[in-house]
Design a protein around this ligand. Structure first.
Ligand code: V47
Length: 372
């Protein structure tokens, strides 16, 4: 037995990895069930280094949440509000553009735009918002609207998902974020988010978007009431769609934050769970290029360690995060580029600034591509 493995149940997985064989559901379960985090991390790190060498990616981005008004009442969410709630807000188009301009620097390469399922905002409103952003910030990539928001806009405007996406693409959407996938299990969705589209529908919107040439990310919300089997099923369904379309760029495991949600009595996932989520994802999702340790959700400390447990990305500067902070996150709302560089370097990795599609960003002022 290799000296780094304590849990014998991991040996068949290691053999498969050595032979370059694909892991199956049983392997996934063995990975989730092990307490041998170092062996798991070692295997995931080997795969990560084979794919990305010593590089850790980051980007300079800004989150914009145009509204928190949401017709769904997901028990997992602390962000959404009913329209009559005094804490509800909906930005005007001018306010969205102003928010985008706040703290603006030439370095920003991405706006990450998501919000609630608003009962009144129309598809045309979203198209105007996107057009206005493109006019003002033509060089910035618009990663906007989750599969859930797209399905909602399609339903409200009585268009197909394809027609809705065509309008959004024409208005300036460049790619889609990975949110709203939660856990595909119908059992869990009935409890956590029964107003949301089903897992099958989420995958179908992603399939359509990929077929139309849009790339997207994908996520899994873990650490609530899901079983290991349901986690494995979720990852394998993403992997199956990726075999078909190749459209996913990055996978982002999202740790559940229970504070201020209907599930506030649950204990939040631990650092151990977070590292495991990263490592298992790296090993099972053999066809998704990037695994992102989102520092806002994991804390910068765990996201840093995750760079040696399978992750190759730490996400970005973010600037103003609401979804996790409404759910009690105690991390900062923003991170300066310099801080990201330091976190990455201290993990012994080489920082590489990327755009949304993982192309290296070169900075004309320094003439450098790799920012080290
Ligand atoms: O869609 C909501 C989740 C997502 C809670 O694509 C919660 O690059 C934990 O999707 N506790 C939003 N999670 C975040 C997201 C994301 C973040 C960073 C990068 C990317 C990307 C995507 O957060 C939601 C939902 O799945 N969420 N409420 C909560 N209480």
């Amino acid at each position: 037995m290799p000296v780094f493995i304590e849990d014998k149940a991991l040996l068949p997985v290691l053999r498969k990895l050595e032979r370059g064989e694909r892991l199956d559901g049983d392997d996934g379960l063995a990975l989730y069930r092990t307490r041998d985090l170092l062996a798991l991390g070692y295997m995931a790190n080997r795969v990560r280094e084979r794919l990305h060498g010593n590089v850790t990616y980051f980007n300079v981005n800004r989150h914009i949440n145009p509204t928190n008004v949401c017709v769904a009442s997901c028990r997992l969410c602390a962000f959404g509000r009913k329209a009559r709630d005094p804490r509800a807000y909906t930005m005007s188009l001018e306010q969205v553009w102003q928010t985008a301009a706040e703290g603006w620097t030439e370095s920003v390469t991405e706006f990450h735009i998501v919000g609630g399922l608003h009962p009144e905002l129309t598809l045309e409103w979203y198209c105007d918002m996107l057009r206005g952003l493109k006019e003002r910030f033509p060089q910035v990539h618009l990663k906007a609207l989750t599969m859930v928001e797209i399905a909602w806009l399609a339903r409200r405007s009585k268009l197909s998902v394809e027609q809705t996406l065509a309008r959004l693409i024409e208005a300036g959407v460049d790619s889609l974020p990975g949110g709203g996938a939660e856990i595909f299990s119908e059992r869990v969705r009935r409890i956590l988010c029964d107003h949301k589209i089903s897992g099958e529908e989420w995958l179908e919107v992603a399939r359509t978007a990929h077929r139309m040439g849009l790339r997207s990310n994908c996520t899994m919300l873990y650490g609530h009431i899901e079983t290991d089997q349901e986690r494995v099923d979720h990852l394998l369904r993403l992997r199956a769609l990726q075999d078909e379309t190749g459209g996913f760029v990055a996978f982002v495991p999202l740790a559940f934050h229970p504070a201020n949600t209907a599930l506030r009595a649950l204990a939040p996932p631990t650092g151990f769970d977070d590292l495991k989520a990263i490592a298992v994802a790296r090993l099972l999702l053999d066809n998704i290029p990037h695994i992102k340790a989102y520092w806002v959700m994991m804390t910068p400390r765990v996201a840093q360690v995750a760079q040696r447990f399978g992750a190759d990305d730490i996400d970005g500067t973010v600037v103003e995060e609401k979804i996790y902070h409404d759910a009690g996150a105690t991390t900062a709302q923003a991170m300066r580029r310099q801080e990201l560089l330091q976190l990455i370097r201290e993990a012994g990795r080489e920082p590489l600034e990327r755009d949304t599609l993982y192309r290296p960003v070169s900075r004309p002022e320094t003439g450098m591509t790799v920012l080290v």
